[in-house]
Design a protein around this ligand. Sequence first.
Ligand SMILES: Nc1ncnc2c1ncn2[C@@H]1O[C@H](COP(=O)(O)OP(=O)(O)O)[C@@H](O)[C@H]1O
Ligand SMILES: O=C(CO)[C@H](O)[C@H](O)COP(=O)(O)O
Length: 550
Amino acid sequence: MPGGNEPRSYYVGMDVGTGSVRAALVDQRGTLLAFADQPINQWEPQFNHHEQSSEDIWAACCVVSKKVVQGVNLHQIRGLGFDATCSLVVLDKQFRPLPVNPEGDSRRNIIMWLDHRAVSQVHRINETKHSVLQYVGGVMSVEMQAPKLLWLKENLRETCWDKAGHFFDLPDFLSWKATGVTARSLCSLVCKWTYSAEKGWDDSFWKMVGLEDLVTDNYSKIGNQVLPPGASLGSGLTPEAAKDLGLPPGIAVAASLIDAHAGGLGVIGADVKGHGLACEGQPVTSRLAVICGTSSCHMGISKNPIFVPGVWGPYFSAMVPGFWLNEGGQSVTGKLIDHMVQGHAAFPELQAKATARGQSVYAYLNSHLDLIKKAQPVGFLTVDLHVWPDFHGNRSPLADLTLKGMVTGLKLSQDLDDLAILYLATVQAIAFGTRLIIEAMESAGHSISTLFLCGGLSKNPLFVQMHADITGLPVVLSQEVESVLVGAAVLGACASGDFASVQEAMAKMSKVGKVVFPRHEDKRYYDKKYQVFLKLVEHQKEYAAIMKGD
Ligand SMILES: Nc1ncnc2c1ncn2[C@@H]1O[C@H](COP(=O)(O)OP(=O)(O)O)[C@@H](O)[C@H]1O
Ligand SMILES: O=C(CO)[C@H](O)[C@H](O)COP(=O)(O)O
């Protein structure tokens, strides 16, 4: 790593989330010197079909990259790292976008991670009970790539499947676009494509599910060269990509990470000394990184493989090299809060009032809750309003995509107070979902003492406090709010050779900011609400059984 007197080295981190692309210029201490973001397009041509455009996303990357390096001596930029959602990008044999829709719109060449079109395909894959399923929590998710590939083969054979030359996870598409290297990151292949870090591809799985053509091609369409995240790719940034991004040609470009995993790297390695945290002096395996954006991902690592039913993994070396990873998740969290708030009758009034005060709607709602709570703790406002948050199925630990959302305790009034309390109950439901995931991980062998939160929702103090109160665990927030971008920059820093390992880079570049402790005095109340939370899903299953019966 460069010493104190040497000129500063900079890395560019690029994070492609569901709703926007973010870039940052980060130095070797993990400090963000510049930040830019740019929204990206999403299409929902049918219910549960979600599509994006790889060209639109690359164009957004170019806009934000140029912004963050403005006025900087380009010679000091040493590396570039990408992370992105685990969406499926489809290109033809000449690397041109191919449509993933019956309309034949080739702009829309990405099936997004949250797309649930491949329900029938994933059922059939799960019915095989193939041994690779052991490594995705026992049940493959409809959000992974195998069911989506099978859907393309069964539904768009001539227009897409037969013409396809390359199926990329979005993070790998970006590193290919920057370097021309088609090698895939171990992270994406292990987490979403059933690849094993130890044994490679399992031919029998692909043959059994009806995708034997991928094997015949020696996996050239889905990746037969695999590199660990942070490894330097080819000869670095190509002249063409350098021009697009406004960066120097030849700088190191890293094998990439899925966004949640980059968030994990950005927060989990921080030095916690002096903050009064139980995880000080405990191994890093006692920390759970929770990356909360459109969805939430719960990343826990272990020295030995831990099989947690309904929780993805164990994945070897998919996030921190040498460690196994379990990934719990909630498919919609930020998206659910937005859905509840924006769909309420009092939303126009909320928007007008928040705008008049120059606040975000969330900041306004938080202060409104403070106003109506009177002397009681804010969380007690939902004593008779309860939410089950699986409006897009349950990712973990129930791994049941048929589950739906539930709200109990509605009244006839629809004013701002009702909206604020419904918003609070939704935030709490998401935190109860996290508690359920932690309990599943702990009963399988994890021992979690501290949460490390990042992502857009970690900017919401109510969301953070509810996670602390409801899980009973302290929550660490990073010094850099955009810590997913620190994770992406860690990759660029490793690829540049300035750090010897991902572990060294993440320990030096992630820093503790604020710590939020649980209000233990409220525990009894939340324990009771948790009992109701568990009853909600039990009842939902009973309703389904009644309706299925004769
Ligand atoms: N300042 C904020 N305060 C409260 N919530 C926020 C704030 N900014 C973003 N969010 C929430 O975070 C979510 C988006 O998080 P983000 O990490 O940007 O998403 P993604 O990575 O999926 O694009 C939004 O759905 C919104 O609910
Ligand atoms: O499954 C994933 C990670 O493994 C998805 O990429 C992730 O959940 C989407 O991220 P975000 O909600 O931040 O857009």
